[in-house]
Design a protein around this ligand. Structure first.
Ligand SMILES: Nc1ncnc2c1ncn2[C@@H]1O[C@H](COP(=O)(O)OP(=O)(O)O)[C@@H](O)[C@H]1O
Ligand SMILES: [Mg+2]
Length: 381
């Protein structure tokens, strides 16, 4: 009777732990956050004081990817250790089955020595298979002077499938984000190439033609005023084409962005905007190219929308850096009611921002203007 009550309690516990983890996975939390949640739930579930998720590396070593527990046993996320010697990690690697060590007193090897030093008295582990391959293991450790419960391995094993799903999902999401980032980068490279071809090729040729035309015009005798007039018209046309071309290549890839950075580029956008702009750009350093390009396109698109759709009379742009993230806010006082599903600009921005691991929100109540806010994580360049 006792056993079945315990079993039932265990099932309930496992179910609610799994539900919390599944919610975390479904929320699209970052892989590290999911694995941390798993380690925490498992530790609490088993009644132990440490839980780790460990990934096997290609060579005889393993790396901690999630860690939970007090006291700290000195194996934080990112620690890599060798599989030499006696450890649950090595045993699981060898047998691909759950394993247990009830004491480290006589255990050999560097990991065992480390655990002894941190007063670990026992450990259990269960393998994690991802897509049919032994990926790593989940371990529970105990520093208190009490044995790890007999069925600890079972508790661990109950959860490894969900951990595997979480890892596979996280991996798939990471792969997807990486592939979207690659698409964005490839498109940007193509744009830069086109911009360079336009600038170095067509634009230079047109400039040379304009100069030649100017010379020709100057050499025409004054009595041939009609010819002079016609050449003037041609020259004006040529200058117009050059202006259009410059404007176009700026839209393809703004040279000022790569030359001088985000702040001057935003100033340029503000200056050329059809709607009056109030710009607060407190960003003085250079970011990586994808971040600068994203920042530029976000503001460019928001300004274009403010002019094209919002009928705004004023736009406020704010660019600041907080917590290693570039924050951009563009607010117009127009008609509101922006809807990304009705166009392509805002969706394109979302793709670009997602690929960089950032976020974008659009608040656009009808009649009350539109606020676009984007956050981009960055490393200083
Ligand atoms: N600032 C804004 N104010 C009002 N409506 C907007 C604004 N921005 C976008 N919209 C509306 O949302 C739609 C989607 O915008 P967007 O994705 O930029 O597409 P588009 O390519 O048409 O500019 C637009 O067609 C427009 O109807
Ligand atoms: Mg648009």
């Amino acid at each position: 009777m006792k056993a079945s009550v315990d079993d039932f309690a265990r099932v309930v516990h496992v179910q609610s732990a799994l539900r919390r983890i599944a919610t975390c996975v479904a929320r699209g939390a970052a892989p590290a956050e999911v694995l941390d949640a798993v380690a925490t739930e498992l530790g609490l579930l088993i009644g132990t004081d440490g839980a780790h998720i460990v990934r096997y590396d290609a060579e005889g070593s393993a790396t901690v990817v999630a860690a939970w527990g007090t006291p700290d046993i000195g194996l934080p996320v990112g620690t890599t250790f060798s599989l030499d010697g006696d450890s649950v990690t090595a045993m699981v690697r060898k047998t691909a089955r759950p394993a247990r060590m009830d004491g480290y007193a006589d255990a050999l090897g560097p990991l065992a020595a480390h655990l002894r030093q941190h007063h670990v008295r026992g450990a259990v582990g269960a393998p994690i298979f991802v897509e049919g391959r032994l990926w790593g293991l989940v371990t529970a450790t105990m520093t208190r002077d009490e044995p790890l419960a007999r069925d600890s391995e079972m508790w661990l094993a109950d959860c490894t499938e969900l951990i595997a799903t979480a890892i596979a999902n996280a991996q798939a999401r990471a792969d997807l984000a990486a592939s979207r980032a690659r698409v964005v980068v490839a498109a940007d490279q193509a744009r830069r190439r086109i911009e360079r071809d336009l600038h170095d090729g067509i634009q230079q040729q047109l400039i040379a033609l304009a100069i030649e035309l100017g010379d020709a015009q100057a050499s025409i005798p004054s009595e041939q005023s009609e010819l002079r007039q016609r050449l003037s018209t041609v020259k004006r046309g040529l200058t117009g084409v050059l202006d259009d071309l410059r404007e176009m290549s700026r839209g393809i890839h703004p040279t000022i962005l790569s030359d001088s950075g985000l702040r001057p580029a935003l100033k340029g956008l503000a200056r050329r905007s059809r709607v009056p702009v109030e710009l607060h750009a407190c960003v003085h350093h250079r970011f990586s190219e994808p971040v600068e390009v994203a920042g530029y396109y976000i503001v460019a698109e928001a300004l274009a929308n403010a002019a094209k759709h919002a009928h705004a009379s004023h736009v406020r742009i704010e660019a600041t850096v907080r917590n290693a993230r570039l924050h951009l806010t563009v607010r117009d006082d127009g008609v509101g009611g922006a809807d990304p599903s009705r166009g392509s600009g805002l969706i394109g921005l979302a793709d670009r921002v997602d690929a960089l691991g950032g976020s974008i929100t659009i608040d656009s109540p009808p009649g009350r203007g539109t606020t676009l806010h984007a956050e981009l994580p960055f490393e200083l360049h």
